[in-house]
Design a protein around this ligand. Structure first.
Ligand SMILES: Nc1ncnc2c1ncn2[C@@H]1O[C@H](COP(=O)(O)OP(=O)(O)OP(=O)(O)O)[C@@H](O)[C@H]1O
Ligand SMILES: [Mg+2]
Length: 243
């Protein structure tokens, strides 16, 4: 998981991620600047793990806030929810937590906007009704609460960013309400870019860096951007402990 505190020093790399980020930023800004109250409610980023969904969503928020020139530090325009922490077994509790998230947001919109609700790893919470398991009333209850909240969103002031690596588990009632963007396997270019960036930060010397680049091009097991980061870290430890 990307640490929010570290994010401000981390650039968003790669053409794909930057294009997605720009599209979302211009949409949110358009709806905000033109007071479009019934526009697009939000987007859903989906795709296999470790390919930059969370970091891109956080960068969208950072850029919106910077471009709008908000006085508050950027986190204030965001309500971040790790969906794994939202689910609760007690009857009615999850529903209440979802309501509270939006209540907090709407309260904030009285002073600042736009407010961006980020629901990270949403699959854990909004599993599909078509999945074949017997769903308990508590689950359908919070699903209903969630899409009711989406329907009531004022898009001039509020926007939702949802991420998931199991989009097949997300209920269609939610998917239909959001614009979906798939994060594909990363290109070799962005992998190399990330490798160079991380290696430079860790002060790995250039020769080693070059050999890592070659290894990355040849190694099919380094698939995701998280794999690239882990690969660099392993090399880094080898080098540090060798001396
Ligand atoms: N475009 C990018 N630029 C810079 N770093 C990136 C980029 N994409 C991914 N990363 C890095 O790769 C790691 C994985 O990214 P992230 O956590 O955003 O993936 P994810 O798709 O949300 O994964 P998961 O599905 O497991 O939640 C992070 O540490 C992040 O900093
Ligand atoms: Mg993530």
């Amino acid at each position: 998981m990307v640490r929010i505190e570290e994010l401000q020093d981390t650039p968003l790399l790669g053409t794909f991620h930057n294009e997605v980020c720009s599209k979302c930023v211009s949409l949110i800004k358009h709806q905000y600047d033109n007071r479009i109250t019934d526009g697009i409610k939000g987007v859903l980023f989906y795709g296999v793990p470790g390919n930059g969904k969370t970091i891109t969503a956080l960068k969208v928020i950072e850029r919106v806030v910077t471009e709008i020139g908000a006085e508050d530090i950027w986190q204030k325009n965001m309500i971040f929810t790790d969906c794994g922490h939202l689910a609760h077994h007690k009857y009615g509790e999850t529903e209440q937590r979802i309501r509270n998230v939006f209540k907090r947001g709407q309260e904030k919109t009285k002073k600042i906007s736009p407010i961006i609700y980020m629901f990270d790893d949403a699959d854990g919470l909004f599993i599909t009704r078509d999945w074949g398991i017997k769903l308990e009333a508590w689950y359908l209850g919070h699903l209903n609460v969630f899409f009711h909240q989406i329907d009531n969103l004022n898009t001039a002031k509020e926007f939702i960013l949802l991420t998931s690596n199991r989009v097949d588990l997300i209920d269609n009632a939610i998917r239909d309400r959001l614009y979906e963007i798939e994060f594909p396997d990363p290109s070799i270019d962005v992998k190399i870019e990330l490798l160079k960036y991380k290696a430079k930060k860790l002060k790995i010397n250039e020769d080693i860096q070059k050999s890592m680049e070659t290894a990355l091009r040849e190694d099919n097991s380094i698939k995701s951007l998280r794999d690239v980061e882990n690969f660099v870290l392993m090399k880094y430890l080898d080098e540090v402990w060798k001396t």
